[in-house]
Design a protein around this ligand. Structure first.
Ligand code: ZN
Ligand code: ZN
Length: 194
């Protein structure tokens, strides 16, 4: 759930500039990080807030920050994919004629609404959840872990597993591989010192 950005004046941030609360990029106070000692913004003081918007609607929000808010969990992506028609899924690894979209990632890109946000979503999904390398076989139906009959059903099953943590995200997988490698290194180093 995204937090609120709040300001006491109808315009500008003169009051916010002088208080101890944490500010968002727009200069308003981050409603989730109000300073308890502030005499303007704590909700208990019940002072009128004349500017207010959700963090994900902040005019200063960058495409990357927007994507980060959206991908805190996979709930929004799952809801979007569930609402996508079965017929709109590309089967096999076929790419669209212009070569830019493909299966699940094509839908994720569209979810961005603009090219910049589509790219930001795609990049962040790959770096923080799972790479194309893992998604393509599931979409294609060549992954034995996801035998569902349609690409939509396979992708949804995988997204739900990722979301609940029953499969590792790509960064978690990399960390596990690294720890495994470290353990192996230590073991062979141990052998050599005998
Ligand atoms: Zn304040
Ligand atoms: Zn804002």
């Amino acid at each position: 759930m995204s937090s609120l950005h709040v300001g006491r004046d109808r315009h500008g941030t003169a009051i916010e500039d002088d208080c101890a609360c944490v500010k968002a990029d727009c200069g308003l106070v981050d409603g989730g990080k109000v300073h308890p000692g502030c005499d303007q913004h704590p909700y208990q003081l019940a002072k009128t807030l004349r500017q207010i918007h959700h963090a994900d609607k902040c005019p200063e929000l960058t495409d990357g920050a927007w994507a980060a808010l959206l991908l805190e969990t996979l709930d929004p992506v799952i809801a979007y994919m569930e609402a996508t028609d079965e017929e709109d899924w590309q089967i096999d690894t076929v790419r669209s004629a212009d070569g830019t979209t493909n299966c699940f990632f094509g839908h994720l890109f569209s979810m961005g609404g603009t090219d910049a946000r589509g790219n930001a979503l795609w990049d962040l999904f790959e770096s923080s959840w799972a790479s194309t390398y893992r998604l393509y076989p599931i979409n294609d139906g060549t992954s034995s872990s996801y035998p569902q009959p349609t690409p939509k059903q396979r992708i949804l099953a995988f997204l739900k597993d990722l979301n609940t943590g029953s499969v590792l995200t790509t960064p978690q997988q990399m960390e596990e591989d690294y720890n495994h490698w470290l353990a192996e290194e230590n073991r062979s180093a141990g052998v050599h010192t005998i």
